[in-house]
Design a protein around this ligand. Structure first.
Ligand SMILES: Nc1ncnc2c1ncn2[C@@H]1O[C@H](COP(=O)(O)OP(=O)(O)OP(=O)(O)O)[C@@H](O)[C@H]1O
Ligand SMILES: [Mg+2]
Length: 363
């Protein structure tokens, strides 16, 4: 048995007669890990959180918590707390009373409340701020009060709906680090929602990539980055060069009318596929040494690296991240390893995809 804490079994959510906003969604969440729901606006992330929290009921399918079906358990009976995007703090209460709120409703005695609030504030580095008004706290501090208010109830699961989106970039990066660290220290399951792929990659044990109410792919950040299942995921996670191609035979793929050695196998002969190469896996060389010959179309300086758009003979654009310099109009070569080519099967389900990858590993 896995230590699964939350399980969705073929959950569908439909509002009125509209197209369902979640379609047959199944997944398992294991105890004590940091999960991220990642996907574009409107794909159903908040809906999943609201189903877990009990603010919404599934139209079809079952939701389990600790192995028990909770479809009709009310929100206040679920060991789950939510941190909202706008924090939803009580402006008329000070920091202490904001954090103590849930404990007062549970009618704990004053001594227990004092101890728990103190401990929660210590966890988020806000000891000494008890008497401050919410209006006197910065954005990042309010964020931490909201988190303290969630952890003080000692929930089994904390849901965080885009909690960092209102913060500036520097504070956001700091809070990413703090949240990740806090999750490790507490050992509570976190389910975090974002549409920012870099944030998802930096923070998560597991990512679920969603599109239009369906989970496209789930896995560790590295798995999803290195082995995207389809064009949507490849495009959404990180920047990619994606071209259509043909799998000639095992370890040989054709794209832009040329054949290249690759590490992929198990496709049909001449199967039409899509090919991904990450911009950082393309190296610039002299034209004769490259596997592709291109002309530099544009260059942006990005601090650590240059970002370049290069056009090949057929007019395809290749995005390159490199620390080497080239000028607009230069005729250069692009070199890459067989491992840099990632071949994707058209219309493959996650189950089929996982099976295929497993068979590689066995081979
Ligand atoms: N109460 C509701 N009634 C009708 N439609 C709804 C309701 N709540 C959400 N929806 C629709 O469900 C879809 C998914 O919404 P959801 O809030 O889950 O998206 P999201 O992935 O969180 O997006 P965002 O990144 O913009 O927050 C959207 O098309 C939304 O309009
Ligand atoms: Mg949302």
């Amino acid at each position: 048995m896995t230590e699964s804490i939350i399980c969705f079994n073929k959950v569908t959510k439909q509002f009125d007669d509209d197209e369902p906003v979640l379609k047959n969604v199944s997944f398992e969440i294991e105890k004590g890990k940091f999960y991220t729901l990642l996907g574009p606006s409107g794909c159903g992330k908040t809906t999943i959180l609201r189903l877990i929290a009990g603010f919404l009921e599934a139209t079809e399918g079952d939701i389990y918590l600790d192995g028990k079906k909770i479809n009709s358990v009310p929100a206040n009976k679920r060991p789950v707390n939510t941190v909202f995007q706008d924090y939803a703090l009580f402006p008329h209460l000070n920091v202490f009373e904001n954090v103590a709120f849930g404990l007062r409703i549970k009618k704990l005695n004053q001594k227990a409340i004092d101890e728990k609030v103190k401990e929660a504030l210590r966890f988020v580095n806000l000891s000494g701020y008890e008497k401050r008004e919410i209006s006197e706290m910065s954005g990042g501090q309010r964020q931490r009060v909201a988190i303290a208010r969630a952890i003080v109830n000692e929930p089994e699961v904390i849901l965080l709906d885009e909690p960092l989106s209102a913060l500036d970039l520097k504070l956001r990066t700091e809070m990413q680090y703090e949240l990740r660290d806090l999750q490790k220290r507490l050992g509570i399951t976190f389910i975090f929602v974002t549409h920012d792929q870099e944030e998802a990659l930096a923070m998560s044990d597991e990512i679920f990539v969603l599109n239009k109410g369906e989970i496209q792919q789930s896995g560790s950040p590295i798995d999803i980055y290195d082995e995207p299942i389809n064009r949507f995921v490849a495009d959404f996670i990180g920047e990619s060069n994606i071209v259509s191609g043909k799998m000639i035979q095992d370890f040989e793929v054709e794209f832009v009318n040329r054949r290249f050695e690759c590490v992929d196998q198990g496709f049909n002969e001449n199967e039409i596929v899509e090919v991904v190469i990450r911009p950082e896996d393309l190296e610039i060389t002299t034209a004769d040494k490259g596997k592709l010959q291109v002309e530099v179309d544009w260059v942006l300086f990005r601090g650590v690296h240059y970002e370049m758009g290069c056009i090949d003979i057929d007019g395809n654009e290749w995005l390159v991240h490199t620390t080497k310099k080239a000028k607009i109009g230069d005729k250069i070569g692009l070199a890459f390893d067989a491992e840099a080519i990632h071949v994707m099967r058209l219309g493959e389900t996650e189950e089929e995809f996982d099976k295929r990858l497993e068979s590689y590993e066995e081979a």
